[in-house]
Design a protein around this ligand. Structure first.
Ligand SMILES: O=C(CO)COP(=O)(O)O
Ligand SMILES: O=C[C@H](O)COP(=O)(O)O
Ligand SMILES: [Zn+2]
Ligand SMILES: [Zn+2]
Length: 323
């Protein structure tokens, strides 16, 4: 069942977070649906501009619809990740996306407000929700690289003003995380003081945490043991901080890099251990199973595992009540 992010947020707010995972190909899509079926978790599928270029937006939509037919019990929303204005409009007009992210956070505040406001008007006219961003995460995001030291945390007072002036439905906040495998060196921690200040000014309003991969040391070690060259000192968000963040209004947690690490580890090890093999389905089969286990594990950490049936009941009741 395809639902809206707004419906999922109403179920989860203040209690747990919904995992938002990027998809780019068939193996990732099937692994995601399988993992959420295993963990009985609702989820958000994210499509980036890069994914739309790589796989073609029609292929992505067709894969999602096929996966839904294969996993009819699944409950998920479809969301544009890090959109610009043009891509947001394309997704809003498509009728397939239930929400879009307009990422105008690299512009000055007033411009960010104006761009976000325009997208909100077009989106709400079609019943689509809008995630906006204020503050700047470190790391790589689409084609923009924010150097360490140039990221800036979200200002809580500005966040309140931004939400009131734009009418956005959720807000991605910079609270210390960053995109990619090369997160800040040493232990990276969420700035709970900043998050709490935002939560106090925007009670009941869904917040989004980007750059939430945990970059497991063991995964990095295995990739490097199989010929990879990843920086062994990289480390991500402590998974045990997902739930405390959820209790402070973080309702959507974005995870992409960790899944890429699973793909890289499986394929490097498989090719190392099966030098005679040239059937890509050998590694693909293992990857789908491993990715599914990885997603089921994340659902436990996010608190959304085993929530599927209560979410189904609650959304059907919401819809029934609104009919
Ligand atoms: O924020 C993300 C996608 O929008 C993904 O973050 P990671 O790079 O930490 O997985
Ligand atoms: O934040 C970005 C996501 O990890 C998506 O990455 P991508 O733009 O390379 O598809
Ligand atoms: Zn951004
Ligand atoms: Zn992101």
């Amino acid at each position: 069942m395809i639902v809206t992010t707004a419906e999922l947020f109403r179920c989860a707010y203040g209690k747990y977070a919904i995992g938002a995972y990027n998809i780019n190909n068939m193996e990732q899509t099937l692994g995601l649906f399988r993992g959420c079926a295993q963990g009985e978790a609702p989820f958000i599928i994210q499509i980036s501009r890069g994914a739309r270029k790589y796989a073609d937006k029609r292929m992505l939509e067709a894969m999602i619809r096929a996966a839904e037919a294969i996993y009819p019990e699944s409950i998920f929303a479809v969301h544009l990740d890090h959109g610009d204005e043009e891509t947001c409009y394309d997704c809003i007009d498509s009728g397939f996306y239930s929400s879009v992210m307009i990422d105008a956070s690299h512009h000055p505040f007033e411009e960010n407000v104006a761009i976000t406001r325009r997208v909100v008007e077009r989106a709400h006219a079609k019943g689509v929700s809008v995630e906006a961003e204020l503050g700047m995460l470190g790391g790589v995001e689409e084609d923009i690289k924010v150097e360490e030291g140039h990221s800036c945390l979200t200002d809580p007072e500005q966040a309140k003003e931004f939400v009131e002036r734009t009418g956005c439905d959720s807000l991605a906040c910079a609270i210390g995380t960053s995109h990619g495998a090369y997160k800040f060196k040493g232990r990276q921690s969420i700035h709970f003081d900043v998050l709490e200040a935002i939560f106090q000014r925007l009670p009941g309003f869904p917040l989004v945490m980007h750059g939430s991969s945990s970059v497991p040391q063991e995964e990095v070690r295995r990739i490097n043991a199989a010929g990879g060259k990843l920086d062994p000192s990289a480390c991500g968000v402590d998974e045990n901080e997902y739930l405390p963040a959820a209790r402070l209004g973080v309702t959507k947690i974005n995870i992409d890099t960790d899944g890429r690490l699973v793909w890289t580890r499986v394929h490097r090890e498989y090719l190392r251990d099966h030098p005679e093999d040239f059937d890509f389905r050998g590694a693909g089969r293992i990857y789908m199973a491993e990715y599914a286990n990885f997603i089921a594990h994340k659902s436990e950490k996010l608190g959304c595992a085993k929530q599927l049936e209560s979410v189904r009941k609650s959304i059907l009741a919401q819809r029934g009540g609104n009919a």
